[in-house]
Ligand binder design. Structure first.
Ligand code: EPZ
Length: 428
């Protein structure tokens, strides 16, 4: 498997353009199955999770025409299968969105249980609660989740936990279900709003996305459209933290500054200078980061998907910081890897106590999941010398052209096959 080899210790400087949002793309692409006409989706990130969704759509019988690396045309009219096999789901969390999309389209879906990053237990009970409230029967049999309904009809469903995935799946299943569906305690992430905007652009009637109560009045027919995905909040946040962590000065373009407020606020607490423009944000840092406490929460709180990156920055802060993980049960596995680089982190359940050290030192580390992988790259960029990041298949799932983007900012980072990486390390 390829590795990243990073010769760190250089401040990042320049401009980076953010790609379309992964978590919006992986919801909107399955949603095209609800359309009765072809749809063109633009500003897609060129990442392996998106390619995996194209494969599933083709396997289901949809016609997928990739026009260029960020645009695809999908004709769902001949999609006639309702089965997403384990092999097709390929360990991706977003494969679960085919449950809602296929249930909405064909009143039947059989999908391998979702995989994705390992943060402890990742239940789908709230998705199932929503499908059942809409009138479906859901069984888990032979390693597959099967949802079936004679007919679906609008309902009220209260989510016991604020779940992005359940909110999206219920929106998908309800978009064409006759009557009014109300999702209470809905997630409010930007990608939920993007999905609602996409569905409304093809004729759905969804109100309240971005608030805790979403109302969906089912319609009979959904047409076609050309739709452009929002910029990726977490990719932008990752480059913001990387800029601050390397004491750099970076203009991050093609972003929605409103989506970055919680990240900008925390970075400002650490001493970074943040300037917001209409569609870009500039981050610079010229001091040792100040300690600060962070608690992750559903949107608009500080995103859990930025937790490993900010922890990496705080590992060299001028004091002790406490990070509380408010979304996932087990999202600190990566801290062992940072410890290998000299960080001082004590984890107790959903809390990590980070005592700032002077500097990180290079070491061979692993990307234990997608955002943890991004954090390892940031750590490598901070440390003087050569850091090798292994298991980067996770990073490829969510970051487009990461080597090219960091290289354009002055970083020395290369993707190399496993064997030559060992050689380079010997020479360094
Ligand atoms: C989405 O995962 C994202 N993935 C994750 O991003 C992100 O970490 C997460 O939302 C939280 O923001 C995608 O959008 C593809 P949840 P999802 O359902 O939908 C509990 C990344 O790095 N829960 O909002 O799976 C669950 O255990 C990825 O891009 C239930 O109890 O997350 C968790 O504690 C990784 N029952 C909390 O809710 C359920 O039925 C939030 O999960 C569903 C969830």
């Amino acid at each position: 498997m390829d590795k990243f080899v990073i010769n760190g210790g250089k401040p990042l400087k320049g401009m980076v353009r953010i790609s379309g949002a992964k978590n919006a793309a992986v919801a909107i692409l399955p949603a095209v199955l609800l359309a009765d006409e072809p749809c063109t989706i633009e500003n897609l990130p060129n990442i392996s999770d998106v390619t995996a969704i194209y494969r599933i759509l083709s396997d289901l019988g949809a016609q997928v025409r990739v026009k260029n690396k960020s645009t695809v045309e999908i004709d769902p009219r001949h999609a006639n299968s309702f089965v997403v096999s384990k092999q097709m789901a390929a360990g991706m969390r977003a494969s679960s969105y085919f449950l809602g999309a296929l249930l909405g389209r064909m009143r039947r879906a059989r999908v391998a249980p979702p995989g994705g990053c390992d943060f402890g237990v990742r239940p789908i009970d709230q998705h199932i609660k929503g499908f059942e409230a809409l009138g479906a029967k859901v069984v888990i049999e032979n390693g597959m989740v099967e949802a079936r309904a004679e007919a679906l009809s609008g309902c009220s469903v209260y989510l016991d936990v604020v779940s992005v995935g359940a909110t999206i799946n219920i929106m998908l299943a309800a978009a064409k279900a006759p009557g009014l569906t109300v999702i209470e305690n809905a997630a409010r992430e930007p990608h939920i709003v993007d999905l609602a905007n996409f569905l409304n652009s093809i004729g759905a009637n969804i109100m309240g996305a971005g608030t805790g109560v979403i109302k969906i009045r089912g319609v009979e027919h959904l047409g076609g459209t050309t739709y452009s995905i929002i910029p990726d909040q977490i990719e932008a946040g990752t480059y913001m933290v990387a800029a601050a962590a390397t004491k750099g000065d970076v203009l991050i373009t093609n972003v929605t500054p409103k989506h970055l407020e919680s990240i900008a606020a925390k970075l400002a607490e650490t001493g970074a200078e943040i300037t917001e423009y209409d569609e870009s944000v500039r981050v610079s840092m010229n001091c040792r980061p100040h300690k600060c406490n962070v608690k992750t929460m559903p949107h608009p709180g500080f995103p859990t998907d930025m937790q490993p990156q900010i922890a990496t920055l705080l590992s060299v802060a001028d004091g002790t910081s406490i990070i509380t993980e408010g979304v996932w049960d087990s999202r600190f596995r990566y801290t062992d890897q940072l410890t290998l680089m000299g960080a001082d982190i004590q984890v107790d359940g959903k809390m990590a106590v980070i005592t700032g050290v002077e500097r990180l030192s290079p070491a061979p580390v692993r990307a234990v999941d997608l955002r943890a992988g991004a954090a390892m790259i940031i750590a490598g960029l901070m440390a003087d010398g050569v850091t090798e990041v292994d298991n980067i298949v996770h990073i490829d799932r969510g970051y487009e052209d990461i080597v090219e983007k960091f290289t354009a900012l002055g970083a020395d980072i290369r993707r190399v096959p496993a064997e030559p990486a060992a050689e380079l390390l010997k020479q360094a």
